[in-house]
Ligand binder design. Sequence first.
Ligand code: HEC
Length: 430
Amino acid sequence: MTIFPAFVRTRLSPLRAFALLACSALGGLAAQGFAAEAPAYGTAKARAMAYDTVARPILADACFGCHNEKKHKGHIDFTAFKDEKTVLKQRKVWRKAIDQVEAMEMPPEDEKQLSPEQKSALLAWMKQAANYVDCDRPGGIDPGPAPVRRLDRAEYNNTIRDLLGIDFDAGDAVGMPDEMSGSTFANLANGLILPPTLMDKYFASAEKVLDIVIGPADGGSPPQLEGKQKKQAKQAFDALLFVKPGADTPPRDAARKILERFAFRAYRRPLREGEVDRLLTLFDLSKANGDKFELSVRLAFKAVLVSPHFLMRVEQDRPSQGGKSAIDIDDYELASRLSYFLWSSMPDAPLFELAGQHKLSDPSILEQQVRRMLADPKAKALTDQFGMQWLQSGKVMTARPSTEFFPTFTNELRQAMFDESYTFFDKLRE
Ligand code: HEC
């Protein structure tokens, strides 16, 4: 399976990563654009040959006459496509050509037409060219720089859930806005700006979750929790404040251990020099104010929860390696890419552990992990987020078709339409 090493080396967008995932998960199916009539040009060689032996002769016979260097009707010169490489660079042309040939617009009706054999062979070839994903060589494509991404709302909620161990909906709790606009991906880096009003929400949200897990900072009355949440909060408290100050553990030592672990998980990477010390300064401040141990830790926790290292996914900039267009990311960055892609959340303990041992990028271990992650209930996020945004299924929920033309369109039908694509994608995922 070739996708996994590719994932390590390149800065892949989720969409492209999904296409690559499809390479392995769906075999050649996705690569052929689900075209049943398309022969599978399994290897690069077979495809290149097919262009020379199948496609180009038909183009020469039926299309070159009007689409050449001198006469480029519709601004298309088919003679310029000398080999497969030039073909794959201009897929848009082939998409257009598929439409034209399928609609029998091309060749124009008063011209010599394609024979049925020519037509089906040309269409089959064009479809694979237009939809082809190179499963053998994704590392050769320049994936572009890795932008800094803020966690989107779903990612934020899930990350809080996994970091602190409580179910939390920031939208409900503090009115955090949703990025979903219906027509793009919510985690599109350019859309994930951080205006001051949103920063306010992150502060408010950090207060709320810490109120639940540790209790209010001002000593006010703790929030009313119900059965399950109460139990979760108690467990979360014990897990986070896992070292208690005691006879042989001075409070500051206990706090250091607690903060080291918390910040490591929150930043999803090993801490840099001085990072814990800065957090401990806050602990000291609060302690000097006479606050209880938990509340002093709470202040440092809050600093972590509003830190850009928590709210943003940053990948280190590195010089290009040996002239390659794609560069290696480290194992922690890989862990985050996997977890935010498949779970819309932070890496879990096994991923962190493997990253720490530099084993995650080992192709066989990586594959094992991806399989484990896909089998985890958290992978439902792949459908909820990526799948539904990809298919823009959210639009179904807000569409208002004319009642005059679609009198049978009801809310039940609307829901059924959504459920249908949801269930279909979710089945694929499984
Ligand atoms: C007799 C001349 C002629 C032949 C032969 C011909 N075309 Fe065209 N083609 C045209 C003209 C003229 C246009 C521009 C039409 C327009 O803009 O409405 C065009 C436009 C196109 C376009 C662009 C359409 C767009 O939406 O921009 C495509 C793609 C195309 N042809 C594909 C083909 C293919 C594939 C063949 C061979 C199977 C072919 N053509 C054969 C004359 C020809």
